[in-house]
Design a protein. Structure first.
Length: 360
């Protein structure tokens, strides 16, 4: 304003400005000074418009990387972006994120679902559930909790369905499952071999007579009107003729079933666990199993104690639990009393099959 008044005084009297002209000229000069002191992009940023700063980040690229992320509204994008987008593009008109940080790793699911590296294929009432529960406390083992019955009942569902039943594992971990009926199902060895010839197989066996009685005891709890054990086990007990068509007897013919498996897998890929030693010395059986699977011996005798009530070993109380881990009520049942003569007849029947099995 002072500059305008001084300028007006220096002019000849006849050219001096009126008061209104002086005011307008002052306002114009003030605006020019304000624009010089505060550039337009600075004003817009102070007003909260993110467009300029975002465009600067996009233009400068890696040379001037701005650490803060910015969001560029859709209507602030260059017109060339809109012109180049196909009309069929139905992406929602939300926002374009620049330098947005990655989501935290805690929100991601670790590992992948893989087809099993090892399968407990049998046998029923041999101790397969105990083996699975004991080995899965190893940090490098993850196992499906329920029997999948993929290779004997659900094979038509396909391998991707089977893979979906598996737990997520890291590359360093082994994926396992157990279905005891696999060992006696004729088609199973070929099907597992078609999936992977490198699959490691685990077979839990016990005295076939004891196994048959345990099998019968379990069935009897579900079918109370079941015929007697002797009636099912023998076609003619007085002559010692055993009925091998009864599933409880047929499962114990280990040598015949193993012959089928050896057509598709070398013996080195099959590991046998003794059901009897699993009860008397679980740590030793688990040590041998860990060696077979290529695992460090982490599951040891410090993990077990013998439960006298159930008659078999249980896992000691984990640090994160308030009680020991024993198998369920369906395990450790008191067996049905069988006539001693019938037991001896069955032992005589199984003897040649057992000898062949151990030779194999």
């Amino acid at each position: 304003m002072a500059c305008v008044l001084l300028f007006s005084r220096l002019l000849p009297f006849s050219h001096r400005l009126t008061r209104t002209s002086i005011c307008l000229l002052s306002l114009f000069l003030s605006y020019l000074c304000y624009c010089a002191l505060f550039p337009a992009d600075t004003i817009m940023q102070k007003a909260g418009d993110p467009t300029s700063s975002c465009q600067r980040v996009l233009a400068d690229g890696a040379q001037r990387r701005v650490q803060k992320s910015c969001v560029l509204p859709l209507d602030a994008r260059p017109s060339s972006v809109e012109a180049s987008r196909p009309k069929t593009d139905q992406r929602p008109p939300s926002t374009l994120h620049v330098d947005t940080p990655s989501p935290p790793m805690t929100n991601l699911k670790f590992g992948n679902k893989k087809l099993p590296n090892a399968i407990i294929v049998g046998v029923k009432k041999g101790g397969t559930r105990a083996v699975l529960e004991f080995i899965r406390i190893h940090p490098d083992v993850r196992a499906a909790g329920t029997e999948t019955h993929f290779f004997d009942r659900n094979y038509d569902r396909g391998l991707e369905w089977y893979r979906g039943l598996m737990p997520r594992t890291l590359e360093s971990q082994i994926t396992m499952e157990k279905t005891p009926s696999y060992f006696v199902t004729k088609e199973t060895p070929h099907r597992i071999s078609a999936m992977s010839r490198d699959t490691k197989l685990i077979v839990v066996v016990r005295d076939p007579v004891t196994r048959a009685i345990s099998d019968y005891t379990q069935t009897l709890t579900k079918t109370p009107d079941l015929p007697s054990f002797q009636d099912l086990a023998f076609r003619n007990q007085s002559l010692g003729i055993v009925d091998t068509s009864w599933n409880a007897i047929r499962i114990g013919l280990y040598a015949l079933h193993l012959e089928n498996w050896l057509r598709y897998f070398p013996l080195a890929q099959i590991h046998f666990v003794s059901g009897e030693r699993l009860i008397t010395d679980p740590a030793e059986e688990l040590a041998r199993m860990q060696d077979f699977l290529g695992l460090k011996r982490i599951v040891t005798d410090k993990h077990f104690y013998f439960n006298r009530t159930k008659g078999f070993p249980c896992l000691k109380k984990p640090e994160s639990s308030g009680s020991p881990r024993c198998l369920g009520k369906s395990k450790g049942r008191t067996h049905v009393q069988i006539d001693r003569d019938a037991i001896e007849q069955l032992r005589d029947f199984y003897r040649p099959y057992n000898v062949k099995f151990y030779e194999m």
